[in-house]
Design a protein around this ligand. Sequence first.
Ligand SMILES: NC(=O)c1ccc[n+]([C@@H]2O[C@H](COP(=O)([O-])OP(=O)(O)OC[C@H]3O[C@@H](n4cnc5c(N)ncnc54)[C@H](O)[C@@H]3O)[C@@H](O)[C@H]2O)c1
Length: 458
Amino acid sequence: MNKTILCIGAGYVGGPTMAVIADNCPEYKVIVVDVNAARIKAWQSAVLPIYEPGLKAVVERTLNKNLFFSTDIVAGIKAADMIFVSVNTPTKTFGAGAGKAADLQYWEKTARDIIEHAENDKIVIEKSTLPVRTAEAMHRILQSNPKGLNFDIISNPEFMAEGTAVDDLQNPGRVLIGAMETESGQKALQAVMDIYRHWVPEAKIKTTNVWSSELTKLVSNAMLAQRISSVNSISALCEKTDANILEVSAAMGMDVRIGPRFLQASIGFGGSCFKKDILNLVYLCEFYGLPEVAAYWEQVVLMNEYQEKRFVQNIINRMFNTVAGKKIAIFGFAFKADTGDTRESPAIYVSKLLLEEHAALRIHDPQALEYAKLDLADCTGDISYEIDPYKAAEGAHAIAVLTEWKEFRDLDFARLHAVMEKPAFIFDGRNILDHPKLFKLGFNVYPLGQKALSNLGH
Ligand SMILES: NC(=O)c1ccc[n+]([C@@H]2O[C@H](COP(=O)([O-])OP(=O)(O)OC[C@H]3O[C@@H](n4cnc5c(N)ncnc54)[C@H](O)[C@@H]3O)[C@@H](O)[C@H]2O)c1
């Protein structure tokens, strides 16, 4: 076995995972290919195509030493014995299963490319998140090659989170590897384990059958999202009862059986994965004749949509039942802090609803403005984008905090208050600000799942 690894797909997963593998395995040559030439060029430049803390240093250490980015997919397939496939698997927008099932066209295209250009046996590793039993279909397609080549399929889903990708990859909670229970499948499993053994303790490498591995990824995301929707549902009840969601979450999280993480109320989850993976799970349950299980998980997505709508309705109600013609400064457009990614960001949905109400939007985000512009390109209305938060707030009636960027806590709120229209409103969709301090400065403050601090009688 030579030590050349190929990764097809140089996105949020392919780029960072391969950079960390190259960094930890100097004797491996790691090639990352993509059909998107601009993305490949950016990986080779000083400005990487994605923002991730710590990523630049890892890429600088390895680029053109044992980490290579290229658009030459054919050469990559010929050179490597192990091929990670990390292409996008979005929700299908057409045909059977539209709106729920995974769109596997990019995934299948890579299988066809591999068949066409492979000249020797290969291990193909699913890095993308896929429906259960995709490996079986992939195996069938690959084994149908007329050259008599053998392909082993391994499932190795990625659990890194955007914003902490490098740290998650360097110190993973677990690495999950699912293999077929054949002799050749078990040999392939060892080859993939050998990569991770370079830096991941053996106890953290969990091996399973392929189907368990595929399903674990979907269910892990569904469980994380379910915690967010659960706590968000309780934030609505807190607002009606004067219970405080911060106190409830903190006290609940002290129970070791529950634990403190993913219990922060917010405007809801976003990102390219949670919604798509839950819908994929829902589709699978429906497909296998389990409508009750499907409905249970679908409610997690519906609750997320409810929370976004509730947030906007609260803005309208509090601002005297109209936002028409009023400027609202949107602080944060990325779906979470420390990433420039805006895919499925609640900010998109909130902005669109506010624009429908004829609000004027001044959007500020430290990393995500370019994507924000693309996300709202089809919207009409008064929208502008400001890299300076103080400019965004100039003449604004309200600030809506939609991403938990740390730097928002350190803003000079007296200065912001001074440049805003009065009464000045703050809607803290992430509960990250010092609400009593803001109230003292003269703001009317509306956190989530807590009492409003307002001089307006509502
Ligand atoms: N983003 C995350 O945080 C995350 C975490 C874990 C798992 N995942 C999963 O990993 C997969 C990839 O996600 P991502 O966020 O990196 O997506 P992405 O859209 O950022 O990257 C996918 C890349 O694949 C390329 N591509 C598509 N078809 C191709 C082909 N036939 N040949 C070569 N390149 C091709 C695209 O051009 C794109 O650059 C998805 O299945 C996703 O669910 C994502």
